[in-house]
Design a binder for this molecule. Sequence first.
Ligand code: MD3
Ligand code: FE
Length: 200
Amino acid sequence: MALKYLPGKLQDAEQRKLLDALRAVMEEAPLFTPTMPRSGKPMSVRMTNCGPLGWVTDRERGYRYQAMHPATGKPWPAIPEALLTLWREVAGYPADPEACLVNYYVGDARMGLHQDKDEEDFAAPVVSVSLGDSAIFRVGGLSRKDPTQALELTSGDVVVLGGEDRLAYHGIDRILPGTSALLPEGGRLNLTLRRVTKRG
Ligand code: MD3
Ligand code: FE
């Protein structure tokens, strides 16, 4: 398995139902502004999580997974059932995801080229779901210097990153404002479902 692109995987009605569930998640676990390790520079993307573990970063302790929201100190809300169902259908992995990172991009928010390597278990894929405005997604190879390819991700698209692409460099160049009516406030939500630990 490598990069599996499933354009339009979620129908309009499924996207709206998923969005309702995410609104409840963001009410319980508000979006926060992550900061870079050491420099403390704020990222332009705001984040929250659902699931037993969530990805966070701050100046003092850097990138990590933890069970509590960094601002409220409460456990993350559960992963919506629709996302568990999607994972079971597309991930090809025998255990459920432990983390669902919710990224919110608005305006000039972007995400620089990086690898996802804070997990113990690289045998499990990362499953990505895009909602709202389209984005220019960039994916390269295992070295930062490898050539990259751009792909436009649209609301309802699902990408499964597994096998040799699990550790590929990737990022979000920019979002394309006004390309979806799903979020009345505009912007883009991206959900990434992940395994973190090797045994559940
Ligand atoms: C390719 N998020 O949260 S999702 C991230 O759209 C992240 O918010 C982007 O990169 C976003 O870490 C891209 C698609 C994605 C996720 C994981 C990958 C692509 C990947 C892991 C390996 C290769
Ligand atoms: Fe990533």
